[in-house]
Ligand binder design. Structure first.
Ligand code: ATP
Ligand code: LTN
Length: 336
């Protein structure tokens, strides 16, 4: 049987950034050729950061638009919004009763995010976030989950929960998912702080390249990327994180090996590399930006694609949920 892929991103920003694009979205698009793919805009996860109502609605559509623009193909894959499929919240409850307080407390993303906002700003949803993520994955009997490096620990929890369901409720209750992380692009760094990951919640907007940025803004940000006082263009993650990050992006977008690119720039200055890289990024993102803006301007067409996706996703999710409900011993409802 064709292996199944599932992944999702939170609608926590108007635009996805180059890290999301290379670390996740590009892999999603490629996996459609070999797998049955299911991709979701995980709006329930985004509620953990208490967004404004109108902003969340807008970002949910914009995120779906960017998936489509990057090449997620609704004729081959399922594309849907998480809250349209209520089985996600239903399975989350069951999984929460299989999750230990200790293991949930060890999640580093929760620790980081809750430290940032302090105890008064931390809601329980932020704590149970990885359990909802496990529900997303297990509901579709997912074999492969393409994500960036920062999601590795959450994926470990999903795997542990799947194995626990199988040992307590019987083999075949859940599929144990494999994480799919492409090493080269698993962590794209911030252009202003090349030791931190490029992130939607970055403190330095100039360090982030957004898919929806116009070419001028992209060029400006790449030209002002932090490098080092040395002048040699070579790949050295530890001593030259800024230049290495630029080389990684260049290589990922052109498909050329880093060594070839380094050879081309022998004896040249950082400025040369940056000017050319700006052209490469603009060329790669412009068609995506234009297609995304078209989708954003046709919300009805977009909503209809999402409605079809939700219907297909729901059918798969309901079958899994019924299997698990039956195995945990919830009394089946007999219709009169
Ligand atoms: P936030 O900063 O709000 O946590 P984010 O920018 O990390 O957001 P997510 O929605 O959490 O974005 O991530 C969506 C997907 O993109 C995930 O698979 C994540 O691993 C991947 N990803 C995020 N940032 C990067 C990055 N800098 N490099 C590679 N992959 C990334
Ligand atoms: N936590 C993920 C988003 C996410 C996800 C998922 C990723 C929610 N559910 C299921 C893969 C599979 C993040 O990128 N921050």
């Amino acid at each position: 049987m064709t292996q199944r892929v599932f992944s999702g991103m939170q609608p926590t920003s108007d635009s996805l950034h180059l890290g999301n694009f290379l670390g996740a979205l590009t892999q999603w698009v490629a996996l459609q050729d070999t797998h049955h793919a299911i991709y979701s805009v995980v709006d329930l996860h985004a509620l953990t950061v208490s967004p404004d109502r109108d902003v969340l609605v807008r970002r949910t559509r914009a995120t779906a638009a960017q998936y489509l623009a990057a090449g997620v193909d609704p004729d081959r894959s399922i594309l849907f919004v998480q809250s349209h499929v209520p089985q996600h919240t239903e399975l989350t409850w069951i999984l929460s009763t299989f999750t230990g307080m200790g293991e949930a407390s060890r999640m580093t993303q929760f620790k980081d995010k809750s430290t940032k906002v302090g105890e008064s700003g931390t809601n329980v949803g932020l704590f149970t976030y990885p359990i909802l993520q496990a529900a997303d994955i297990l509901l579709y009997d997912t074999n492969v989950v393409p994500v960036g490096e920062d999601q590795r620990q959450h994926l470990e929890l999903s795997r542990d929960l799947a194995q626990r369901l199988n040992s307590r409720l019987g083999e075949g209750t859940a599929v144990v998912p494999e994480v799919h992380i492409v090493k080269e692009v698993a962590k794209i760094f911030d252009l202003q702080d090349p030791t931190a990951k490029m992130s939607k919640s970055s403190s330095s907007p100039n360090g982030v390249i957004d898919i929806l940025d116009d070419p001028k803004a992209i060029t400006k940000r790449i030209k002002s990327a932090v490098t080092d006082t040395d002048t040699v263009i070579r790949f050295d993650r530890e001593h030259k994180p800024g230049v290495s990050n630029l080389l990684t992006i260049y290589s990922a977008l052109t498909g050329r090996p880093v060594d070839d690119i380094v050879a081309d720039y022998e004896g040249k200055m950082y400025g040369h590399l940056k000017v050319d890289l700006a052209d490469v990024v603009v060329a790669a993102l412009t068609p995506v930006r234009e297609a995304a803006l078209e989708w954003i301007e046709s919300p009805e067409r977009l909503d209809s694609v999402l409605a079809q996706g939700a219907e297909k996703a729901s059918a798969i999710a309901q079958a899994t949920l019924e299997r698990i409900y039956e195995r945990v011993g919830l009394l089946p409802l007999k219709h009169r």
